[in-house]
Write a protein of this length. Structure first.
Length: 209
């Protein structure tokens, strides 16, 4: 029990240490999601064309969506969670070691999340409670874990140049503060179940309309 409490405390401590980087990543997501929603729901032709192209490509090429359309919703959720973790979160976390590198990718990801606020017929998902709630909660469940791990990567990158007192100890490869890298792994211990929960909600929710 004490070891479990100690681990939880270490995760919380890691988040607190990385809070500024996490918040800047989260803010970038929110700004560009909001812009995407506004452009799409107000009928901007560029946003709507981008939405249609991305969705059409995903429906034809994404193993996750193809599996989901075949009725294998649980398998689709697991594929989605794995893809988000290995092909989404991890590369962005690594890019965070370069401090500024993940922000353009985060901005684009947020924009995409915003422009899919409209359906195939370009009506807004936000025009009724059920579809709006499903859409916004799905976004929130995705933004939180991404912000945590990408922010942790940025925090580790910043620590190479301006280390916090907690990061002024041993360095890996004489470059990266070991404690900052350990904070990334601690945050991932929280993020992995969060990403799984987000995918399960997205693909198994009865409100997925």
């Amino acid at each position: 029990m004490n070891s479990d409490i100690g681990f939880v405390q270490s995760v919380i401590r890691a988040i607190v240490r990385a809070r500024i980087s996490i918040l800047t990543i989260a803010l970038t997501y929110l700004v560009f999601i909001t812009l995407g929603i506004l452009f799409a729901t107000h009928g901007n032709s560029y946003a709507l064309a981008a939405r249609d192209k991305l969705v059409d490509q995903a429906m034809q090429q994404s193993p996750t969506l193809i599996t989901n359309n075949q009725g294998n919703h649980l398998q689709a959720a697991l594929l989605d969670a794995g893809g988000n973790l290995f092909f989404g979160a991890m590369p962005k976390t690594l890019s965070g070691l370069g401090v500024v590198f993940p922000y353009p990718f985060v901005a684009y990801q947020g924009w995409v999340g915003g422009i899919v606020a409209v359906r195939a017929d370009h009506t807004s998902r936000l025009n009724d409670f059920r579809s709006g709630f499903y859409y916004l909660l799905t976004l929130l469940l995705q933004i939180v874990p991404y912000s945590l791990v990408v922010g942790a990567g940025v925090n580790a990158g910043v620590s190479m140049f301006r280390p916090q007192p907690a990061y002024q100890g041993e360095k890996w490869l004489k470059i990266f503060p070991k404690e900052a890298l350990l904070d990334i792994t601690r945050i991932y211990a929280l993020v992995i179940p969060l990403m799984l929960a987000a995918s399960l909600w997205e693909f198994l929710s009865p409100w997925n309309i």
